[in-house]
Design a protein around this ligand. Sequence first.
Ligand code: PAF
Length: 311
Amino acid sequence: MIADPTLSHWHILGAGAIGGLWALRLHSIGCRVTLVERAPLSPERHLQLTDNSHTSCHDFPVVAANAAILPLSPLLITTKASDTLAALTPLLPRLNAGDTVLLLQNGMGIDDWLRQQRPDLQILTAITTDGVFRPTRDHLVMAGHGETLIGGDTAVEQEAALQIARQWQKTGEAVQAVADIQRRRWQKLAINCAINPLTTRYRCCNGALLDMPEALFAMQSICAEVAVVMRLEGHPASTASLFDAACAVARQTGTNTSSMLADVQAKRPTEIDFMNGHIVTMARKHGIDTPANARITAEVRALHPHPAGSN
Ligand code: PAF
């Protein structure tokens, strides 16, 4: 497909499973897409997606994060939250005031950090329930088509989210701009906080948590604390609604290995600081303790050395 110059030229930082998926989807509707990497292994990456029996592929140009590549906007960030600061820091001086940055990743906290560093950027956030895994670095396999929600905090950002959602809908995927993205991100965070670290504690698939009374008790304690923090942050939430939602997702994704357990098994840093660790940090800001989240955060952090000085 020949790139349509009237469509956005997307730059994607962190083309793993979700980033690679959106690279191929955006290419399929005629967008130019460039991958941005900290240390590119080659000037091009051949990404391939298998979706049922259909395969699509493309060679994408790759540029180094510290090379002079302007303009970078719109920039889609799909790095794992734990890798984002290191990946994004060299790009910050290359972003211009008003540039659009869309964060599509698990966990919370990176958008706050980015707003502090660069209040002049247009920062949007997104969540997705798309399921995709990578048997090899550049081969993506679609596990299930989900929904992607995009939003911003100001009226201008919401308008930008709407424009992006309209463009992304051309891929045929379920994409929506929503006015309450922060509430939805908190709900997703609650589900991740209740499932991911416990699959690590019990070394089990998501669904197995539902068969263990001690795991269910821990899920409930985590949800109760998240609900308190959510309410303090201005988002309505109850222990029961978060616990029920977490149980439903654990059931729906019953045979999945959670992303956190996959990280632990592969000896990679986990996203615990951007999930339960974020709850602990936000709770402290409000002057309260969240012992269940603090305990599981410490437990998961102990599995992998974290850089000195981080949370
Ligand atoms: O991070 C994950 O693994 C997923 O967000 C979820 C929902 C827990 C399913 O595995």
